[in-house]
Design a protein around this ligand. Structure first.
Ligand code: SAM
Length: 430
């Protein structure tokens, strides 16, 4: 059985949890985890390893199969490398193709031109071998090829995932500003949360943390209900995949009867978001989880046993609005009043800084006063968050939410010794 060189890209900051996850997968399906590099993890394995990684990885964005790697100086060198590869062994000219190129410190001027050259090379090769060129489809291609350029080397990858792996196949209504599923799963892993420990997301939005955690608690593989790019490749082992997917589906069926009493709880101030979260959970085939409409400033622990509170509050412009009497109002109504597009988020702020400062101070008070013994993990792009909460972070981890650089702040709300901090310079007075 051939052993392939594989690479799993992931959101930056999640390389270590991804490597740990691959080592877990390796306990059931042989694969060798290699180096962690910024933005992903190298590993090696055969077809079952490719399938198992696609089916079970919560943190990888894709699983890429390395076709070739060589030094280059010009676009022509890259063309030559691409034209030499036996693409005809993997797919046919009847399948549609998409090529993407990414580069770090490449001396070449135009990545579009490199993309074109790689595309040409693959199409020329298939025309020579089978008499015709494949069509290009950038939206819904059958086959995706990636070229990755460093200053000196070009690596060609064949994608085995198709749609990125954070698309689990059940999210229809994205809600507003949902977290990518693999980022949510990575944060759960960084927090050290394991099934059985109390988990509370007081700003659960469309329910990404809740859905990921529930699947983890029930042992449901994240890719159980989606298809993968490798299913369209010539060489994939259909029988092995049928058995692997069948087992995952069977496991999900058995888990469906499980009680929702998993120690996982979500709340949000927006009733609309809770409706979306519930229908997402339903589409994911998960039990009805406890979700409640609560303003995070008034939150109380949903469980007697302290655990982990995890949240990604609205960023920047995307926060709740204060009505004229100081109460929160959903912008859905206000947007209509102001003739604004309600598309970007369910909430908009009128007096941004004061609203933020007052809100986060109140949220910090709630954490300090009511969540003794809990650990709170908050993802935000706002580095002044600890100051606004009046809490001193125990840890901060840089993470990328797409292109947005964020910090995952950890706060230990230890009994009798909550690490408070004075208001930071520039914090708004409460
Ligand atoms: C960035 S979104 C969270 C997205 C969520 N993690 C997801 O994946 O869908 C922030 C959420 O905070 C909620 N929110 C805003 N103000 C709130 C408040 N005062 N109390 C509780 N939730 C609030 C919004 O309704 C929104 O769903």
């Amino acid at each position: 059985m051939p052993i392939f060189e594989l690479f799993a890209p992931c959101p930056r900051g999640l390389e270590a949890p991804l490597a740990a996850e691959l080592r877990e997968i390796a306990k059931h399906t042989p694969l060798n985890v290699g180096a962690e590099v910024p933005g992903g993890v190298h590993f090696r394995g055969d077809w079952p390893a490719i399938m198992a990684a696609n089916l079970n990885s919560r943190i990888a964005s894709r699983v890429l199969l390395r076709m070739a790697q060589r030094s280059y100086r010009s676009e022509n060198d890259i063309f030559e490398l691409a034209v030499e590869q036996e693409w005809e062994h993997w797919f046919t000219h009847l399948q549609t193709l998409r090529v993407d190129v990414t580069a770090i410190k490449s001396p070449l001027r135009s990545l579009e031109f490199v993309t074109l050259r790689v595309k040409d090379a693959i199409c020329d090769r298939l025309r020579d071998k089978s008499g015709d060129r494949p069509n290009i489809d950038t939206t819904n291609p059958d086959v995706r090829v990636y070229a990755f350029l460093t200053a000196t080397h070009c690596t060609l990858y064949l994608d085995t995932s198709g749609e990125p792996l954070f698309k689990r196949g059940w999210r229809l209504d994205k809600g507003a500003a949902p977290l990518r599923e693999n980022l949510a799963a990575g944060i759960l892993s960084l927090s050290g949360w394991t099934p059985g420990t109390s988990l509370y997301d007081p700003m659960c939005g469309s329910g990404t943390f809740i859905a990921e955690a529930t699947q983890m608690a029930l042992g449901i593989a994240p890719g159980t209900h989606r298809s993968f790019g490798f299913e369209k490749l010539k060489r994939y082992e259909g029988k092995t995949w049928t058995a692997m997917k069948g087992a995952a589906l069977q496991h999900h069926r058995e888990a469906q009867g499980a009680s929702a009493d998993l120690g996982i709880y979500g709340s949000d101030i927006s009733g609309d978001m809770l409706v979306k979260a519930r229908s997402n959970l339903e589409r994911a085939g998960l039990p009805e989880m406890p979700l409640k409409q609560i303003d995070a400033r008034n939150m109380t622990p949903p469980f007697d046993t302290p655990g982990i509170l995890i949240a990604n509050p609205p960023y920047g412009e995307r926060i709740e609005i204060r009505g004229p009497r100081g109460e929160l109002r959903e912008v859905r109504d206000v947007a209509h009043e102001m003739g604004q597009d309600e598309d970007d988020h369910g909430f908009r702020r009128e007096q941004p800084d004061q609203t933020d400062a007052a809100f986060f101070k109140a949220m910090g008070d709630a954490l300090k006063q009511r969540f003794t013994g809990w650990q709170a993990y908050i993802l935000t792009s706002d580095r002044t968050l600890p100051g606004q909460l009046r809490l001193r972070e125990a840890l901060k981890t840089p993470l990328f939410n797409g292109a947005l650089e964020c910090r995952l702040f950890k706060f230990d709300l230890i009994a009798g010794s909550v690490r408070q901090r004075p208001a930071a310079a520039g914090d708004m007075p409460a």
